[in-house]
Write a protein that binds this ligand. Structure first.
Ligand code: AHG
Ligand code: MN
Ligand code: MN
Length: 335
């Protein structure tokens, strides 16, 4: 067997720094902080099964440590890691009502990037040993460097993203990200604490056979979505499709990108904009999807073209293999 060169995430970040058009090393430092926080969160997620021994959230564990819910813990780990290293000027998170301006210890913060995160996605899966994830999205600030960040810095359309990625804490832990030059996936070797490039140039197959939607909400879906689901189930051509729904966007997306599939969280009569958050769930996943030859839509328009108006706004989300997303849109338009 020919031995191929192994590349670590650290090496990959350095090697690709020069190819990045605004390269100043600042983004590389930011990725290194995310890489570090991901390893710490991975460690915590892996320990989650010991919760009965070590104590539940809100209790004091056997070592006298105060237990936190894992999504709060993951939130604190990411925020502290980014804050301590003074590499961003602001952070917004699913777990924080407002964005957090980051001030420098020695005067004005000269950093130009802001980060938005969903620190733990699919957190209801933790108790039952099912995969969860972290999602991140990075923008250049629009207000002047050196001044405190404002809401305008966070309410940018998704197409302005500089980078986006996710970590999936699954049977193995992977970090997948894009800086607008394709999508690459890195797998953590837990013994060494090193991420290795395992999935270079990831791409959605153009078409697929998997549909992922919470069908428990079927009765509340619009006519177009109901008809599309019936189409997925119909025996014809390469159908019926296979239904797979983990209930963790990161994990469902990751599987669909590798195997070919579509993820839907549409609007319904009980949730007029669906459930997923535009800024730290849909936009980063949409950027990755497009960079991987996939598509992301709210049923009518490109997710990345939506101008956000609120930090925590929700949006219907349809994302995956291009032909499948186009077919779902067709059903919505014709209904
Ligand atoms: P979070 O754990 O960050 O709140 O996100 C959960 C999201 C998403 O990951 C998942 O796809 C979706 O909620 C599942 O929602 P339903 O349980 O309504 O299907
Ligand atoms: Mn989430
Ligand atoms: Mn979350």
């Amino acid at each position: 067997m020919v031995k191929t060169k192994t590349t670590t995430l650290g090496e990959f970040i350095i090697e690709n720094q020069a190819a990045f058009k605004y390269s100043s090393g600042e983004l590389s430092k930011l990725f290194n902080a995310i890489r570090l926080a991901a390893k710490v969160v991975n460690h915590e997620v892996n320990k989650a099964g010991l919760v009965d021994i070590l104590g539940n959230a809100g209790e004091t564990n056997i070592q006298g440590e105060n237990q936190q819910k894992l999504d709060i813990l993951a939130n604190n780990i990411f925020i502290q890691t980014l804050r301590n290293r003074e590499i961003v000027c602001g952070i917004a998170s699913e777990e924080e009502d407002d964005f957090i301006p980051i001030n420098s210890n020695n005067g004005e913060n000269q950093n130009k990037y802001i980060v938005l995160i969903d620190p733990l996605d699919g957190s209801s899966n933790i108790d039952v040993n099912v995969s969860v994830g972290t999602i991140f999205s990075i923008y250049r600030r629009v207000t002047p460097v050196g001044k405190p960040v404002t809401l305008d810095d966070f309410l940018q359309a998704g197409r302005e993203q500089v980078a986006a990625g996710y970590i999936v804490y699954g049977t193995s832990t992977m970090l997948v990200y894009t800086t607008g030059q394709g999508v690459n996936g890195f797998t953590l070797n837990p013994a060494l604490g090193v991420f290795y490039l395992s999935h270079p140039n990831m791409e959605f197959p153009e078409d697929g056979k998997i549909y992922s939607v919470n069908e428990g909400n079927y009765a509340h879906f619009s006519y177009g979505i109901k008809e599309y689901i019936k189409y997925c189930q119909k025996e014809e051509g390469n159908r019926p499709y296979t239904s797979r729904y983990i209930g963790s966007l990161v994990s469902d997306f990751h599987r669909n990108m590798i195997k070919g599939g579509i993820y839907l969280y549409p609007k319904s009569s009980i949730a007029s904009n669906g459930k997923l958050r535009l800024l730290y769930e849909c936009n980063p996943m949409a950027f990755i999807a497009e960079q991987a030859n996939g598509k992301a839509s709210n049923g009518h328009r490109r997710i990345l073209d939506i101008k956000p108006t609120e930090l925590h706004e929700r949006v219907p989300f349809i994302c995956g293999s291009i032909k499948m997303v186009e077919k779902a849109e067709e059903f919505i338009h014709n209904s």
